[in-house]
Every structure is written in C-alpha cells, then in structure tokens.
Design a protein around this ligand. Structure first.
Ligand SMILES: [Zn+2]
Length: 228
C-alpha cells in the first residue's frame, strides 16, 4: 500500500493523475478533463440520471416521496464533490503570512472527514492526522482541516487521498517533514460485498524527516496515542 502511495507522490501537481500509459482522457486531471471535453452534463441530465437509478433500484420516481429526490440528490452531489472546484494550492498559498517562531513538530489529530470511494461512490468516513516540521512557519489549524476537505470532496481512494494531502503540504508549505495518517470505515465494505462493520482501513504517508526514520515515525505514533 505504501508503495502505491509513493509512486503517486512523484507527480508534481498533487492531483494524483493515475497512469501514464492510460488513454489521453485518463491522463488528464478530473478538472482538466471536464474543461477540455466540456463533459459536465446539465442539471436536467443529472436529475434524469438519478430518476433512472431510482427505477433501477425498483421504485417509482413519480410517487410523492420521490418526486423531489433527483433535485435533492443532484444538489447533494454539488456539496459532496465541491472539492473539484477547489484547490489546496490556493488554500495553503495564503498561509505564508502566518509565520511564527516555532520549528518543532506540529500535530493535528482527529480531523474528521467524509469522502466517497471512486469504485462504488459509497461514503467512507474517518479521521485524518497530520504532523509536520515547519520550515517557514506554521499554518492555521483550520487550514489543515480545510485541506483535508478539499481532497475528501472528490471521488477518492484512501491511498490517493493520503498521498495528495502529504504532497500538497510538501509542495506549498515546504516543511522539513510531513506525516499523514488516515483511518476510515468504508461503507462499500460495511453495506455491501463482505458486509463487515467497524473495520478501519489505515493509510500512512511519510516524507522528509519522517521518511525511513524510525525514531521520527515513533514520535509521530507516540504523539498520536498521547492523551487519548
Ligand atoms: Zn468502494
């Protein structure tokens, strides 16, 4: 798992483009794909697609309780996936003014997030933990939470999301080291497939000072456990 995450870190834009050998459209970031191909459907088309899925589920989209559901689902999609219209660069670009005279480790623990897996469009919910050693200064804690949200509000795999958060921090904050851990429960595992509740998937990405440094990694894990 860590190997997979590491290969994606090589991409400089932090958007996690997946495969160099894939077709042209696969190589574009989701945003670039939408812009170039103008693939974004109209609201009416999106609502019609929801009606189709309701019929596929076996219900009647014209019955009273479902009449406004396509509208609501499409609106909810705008919120679930608003991360496609945001970028971490803008967010972190504004942090450099917040310079403080502090250079030891900063750890922000238990940042709640809700994302959707790109395989089933099912929610996965969990917590992100971020640690870094500042070079130029520290960022406001809420900015880290908003950074997590930008990447969570896209279709994701947990591995890619972990790498994207770490990469965004490396690129825009230029810290001496970054550690990102995500723990999440995937509804596509709880509600379908093997239907196992309560299992957590944990992903970790280390870079800089933390990379291949057992002592720094141990410090990260110790701080994470502390005061629980
Ligand atoms: Zn899934």
């Amino acid at each position: 798992m860590e190997e997979l995450v590491k290969t994606q870190l090589e991409y400089s834009d932090g958007e996690g483009e997946m495969s160099r050998s894939a077709s042209f459209s696969n190589r574009l970031s989701p945003q670039a794909f939408a812009e170039k191909a103008q693939t974004r459907p109209s609201r009416e088309e999106a609502e019609a697609a929801v009606r189709t899925l309701l019929r596929w589920a076996g219900d009647n989209p014209d019955r009273e309780g479902l009449q406004d559901t396509p509208k609501r689902v499409v609106k909810a999609y705008e919120e679930y996936f608003q991360g496609y219209r945001q970028n971490g660069e803008e967010l972190l670009g504004r942090v450099f003014s917040e310079v403080e005279n502090y250079s030891d480790i900063v750890l922000v623990r238990d940042i709640n997030f809700c994302s959707h897996c790109e395989h089933h469009v099912a929610p996965f919910l969990g917590k992100a933990h971020i640690a870094y050693y500042p070079t130029y200064g520290v960022v406001g804690l809420s900015k880290l939470a908003r950074l997590v949200d930008v990447f969570a509000h896209r279709l994701q795999t947990q591995e890619t999301m972990t790498a994207q958060i770490a990469q965004a921090l490396v690129t825009h904050l230029k810290p001496r080291g970054v550690a990102v851990m995500l723990e999440a429960e995937h509804m596509c595992m709880s509600m379908r497939g093997i239907r196992k509740h309560g299992s957590l998937t944990v992903t970790v990405q280390f870079s800089g000072l933390f990379e291949d440094n057992a002592e720094q990694q141990a410090r990260f894990y110790t701080l994470l456990r502390g005061a629980r």
